[in-house]
Design a protein around this ligand. Structure first.
Ligand code: FES
Ligand code: FES
Length: 155
């Protein structure tokens, strides 16, 4: 069995892997107990499993753990902010109460945070485009877009 060294939420961790195709999502949830990233479709279609790798939003359900370099920075919802100091996007989602069942919200927040880091003053159309491939079965889209606008200082 091989051991994989990773940087997750600023911590160096090691994970035993016996299958090189093991998805990053499984390592985060099952080995490290990080339940922010969710298993939705498992096929890169819904966005529920989104995490950041070196600041980019990545679908961890289809990202093999073996493809992540030891020097790359993996950040999950848990590492984005803290309960005492939430990330501005997390704060905005709370302020707008932008969740129903909450299943998609990890992906919505992680995708939005990566997007706003690149585009600090997006239009509403750009926000909708950035989140177009993140699915919400509850129909919370209007509040989610309001939250992202708030995080961008536009609401
Ligand atoms: S669970 Fe990864 S995109 Fe749906
Ligand atoms: S809030 Fe339920 S899936 Fe989005």
């Amino acid at each position: 069995m091989a051991t994989k060294s990773l940087n997750v939420n600023g911590r160096r961790v090691s994970i035993a892997i016996d299958d090189p195709r093991m998805p990053l999502l499984y390592a985060l949830r099952d080995n490290l107990g990080l339940r922010g990233p969710r298993f939705g479709c498992g096929l890169a279609q819904c966005g529920a499993c989104t995490v950041h790798v070196d600041g980019n939003a990545v679908r961890s359900c289809v990202t093999p753990l073996s493809s992540i370099g030891a020097g790359q920075r993996v950040v999950t919802l848990e590492g984005l902010g803290t309960p005492q100091r939430p990330h501005p996007v997390q704060r905005a989602f709370i302020a707008e109460q932008a969740a129903q069942c909450g299943y998609c919200i990890n992906g919505m927040i992680m995708e939005s945070a990566a997007f706003l880091a690149r585009n600090r003053r997006p239009s509403e159309a750009q926000i909708k485009q950035a989140l177009a491939n993140n699915l919400c079965r509850c129909g919370t889209h209007a509040r989610i877009v309001r939250a992202v606008r708030r995080a961008a200082g536009a609401a």
